[in-house]
Ligand binder design. Structure first.
Ligand SMILES: Cc1cc2nc3c(=O)[nH]c(=O)nc-3n(C[C@H](O)[C@H](O)[C@H](O)COP(=O)(O)OP(=O)(O)OC[C@H]3O[C@@H](n4cnc5c(N)ncnc54)[C@H](O)[C@@H]3O)c2cc1C
Length: 452
């Protein structure tokens, strides 16, 4: 019989990992510090809904759950950008309606994965169990209800215990952490009176305001979960809107259309916890037969919608490596070496995308670039894929998507130098630039060939 494995943390990544390992015939014990969210009404942590895209869906497909997840999700085909005077403009994410991201409840996704893992009969999740130490193949756990501590054998251990990972600390792996000077609060737009959605359903809504922004993702019940991103301090900040009625005044000036949709804004702002956003870069991700995955190894800021998708992709890649080399320590070291440059790339891209979302989407030059990009992907499918498409709709390594993004920036700058609209671009020159610069980068990863 295969040896028993230990997973710390039953978040989305730990639950998917336990399920994947069980499907390979392993017995898996999972220790989770929180109560069972299927039995008690706790939130699934920060972010009520999130965007699942190709990398996450591929990992879910490997365990046969992608169709089920898609049934519970709402497709978002692009960004609906809301201006200051109430006008809205739709910017498509992909080349057509076939490319979209999926708004999904994080809690429901997590619950489904836990249930499917347990249904294998090989996974046992123990709740209220916090990892407080690890050494010499033994994990020390504290029962969160009684405070009692015990030790269990855990010779092969996976740390999917999130951005403040206790396993990471116990393994004394080297970590770099940085946090943004911005925080976030979640608010809710309820379903429209009589049911239905009070904003366009199949879009990710953004109210970009240069140094800050509001976004909204749809939920199945017709509501939207909004996230307000603001600096902690300064003129327009969480500090400046903390005074009585200041939040409502701020919304009336900056997001009047959203204000009309959010009931009891002042109370909602006061009640919502203020979240921080961190980037964690850990190196390496493994020590012997202990491995970190998901946010424990690489927490990123949420602006590319890739944190969980990247964690799911860790599971995909790990299973591929284990198919070739079942030796735990070697497989863990290989995963760490292979994935670290990609995790670093998506961490950088996520920070860059914050500037794009809050500021550039309102800039006419950027809008022209996006329109030209859409035209290039339509005219040269498979040869021109935007950075967003590469990150979100393919499984090309993140570092290659980052490199392609740099090439595309110089290409778009060059092509739009004298153009005021997409019709003024020289597309035959564009095609030759794409063929000589972009295609050689993507082709070795099977992309240009696949779509071409
Ligand atoms: C506002 C916001 C929006 C986001 N939007 C997206 C998005 O659109 N798309 C996307 O892909 N990602 C998004 N993310 C990122 C995503 O939420 C995370 O990447 C994902 O939850 C990571 O999963 P995980 O299982 O690695 O870690 P976590 O979700 O943090 O789960 C860790 C689990 O470990 C448990 N745990 C922690 N410490 C211990 C311990 N010592 N002992 C035992 N158990 C422990 C925790 O209770 C938890 O259950 C967003 C994040 C935020 C904050």
């Amino acid at each position: 019989m295969a040896e028993a494995l230990t997973v710390i943390g039953a978040g989305p990544v730990g639950s998917l990992l336990a399920l994947s390992l069980a499907r390979r015939g392993h017995e898996v014990r999972v220790f989770e510090r929180r109560p069972d969210m299927r039995r008690v009404g706790i939130g699934a942590g920060r972010s009520i809904n999130l965007a699942v895209s190709t990398r996450g869906l591929y990992a879910l497909h490997q365990v046969g759950l992608d169709d089920e997840i898609l049934r519970q999700a709402i497709p978002m085909r692009g960004r609906m950008v809301h201006g200051t005077s109430g006008e809205a403009r739709f910017l498509r994410y992909g080349r057509d309606d076939s490319e979209f991201i999926n708004s999904m409840s994080r809690g429901e996704l997590n619950k489904l994965l836990m249930t499917e893992a347990e249904r294998t009969g090989r996974v046992r999740i123990e709740f209220h169990q916090r990892l407080v130490g690890y050494g010499a193949g033994r994990a020390r756990l504290r029962d969160e209800r009684t405070g009692e501590e015990r030790e269990v054998e855990a010779t092969v251990v996976f740390g999917s215990d999130g951005s403040a990972s206790a396993l990471r600390a116990a393994l004394a792996l080297s970590v770099e952490q940085s946090s943004l000077d911005f925080g976030y609060k979640e608010l809710t737009i309820p379903p429209a009176p009589g049911g239905g959605f009070s904003l366009a359903k199949n879009a990710l809504h953004i109210w970009p305001r240069k140094n800050f922004m509001l976004i909204a993702l749809p939920n199945l019940d017709g509501s939207f979960t909004c996230t307000l991103f603001l600096p902690f301090e300064g003129d327009a900040s969480f500090a400046s809107i903390a005074a009585p009625a200041a939040g409502e005044r701020f919304f009336a000036e900056t997001f009047p259309d959203a204000l009309a949709l959010i009931p009891r804004l002042e109370e909602a702002l006061e009640e919502a916890p203020l979240g921080r956003m961190v980037t964690v870069r850990c190196s390496p991700w493994s020590r012997g037969a202990a491995l970190l995955l998901g946010d424990a190894a690489h927490a990123i800021v949420p602006f590319f919608g890739q944190g969980m998708n990247a964690g799911f992709e860790d599971c995909t890649v790990l299973m591929e490596i284990l198919d070739r080399d079942p030796d735990w320590s070697r497989a863990f070291a290989e995963l760490s070496e292979m994935r670290k440059p990609d995790a670093d790339a998506i961490a950088d891209l996520a920070v860059e995308n914050f500037v794009e979302m809050r500021d550039k989407v309102a800039d006419p030059e950027f809008v022209l670039w996006k329109e030209v990009e859409a035209e290039l992907s339509r005219r040269f499918p498979g040869e021109y894929l935007s950075r967003y498409q590469l990150v979100t709709f393919t499984r090309i390594p993140y570092r290659i998507a980052q490199e392609a993004g740099r090439l595309q920036t110089s290409l778009l700058r060059d092509l739009t130098r004298d153009a005021r609209s997409p019709s003024e671009v020289d597309y035959s020159r564009a095609h030759s630039l794409i063929r000589t610069r972009l295609v050689p980068l993507l082709q070795p990863h099977g992309l240009a060939a696949k779509h071409g």
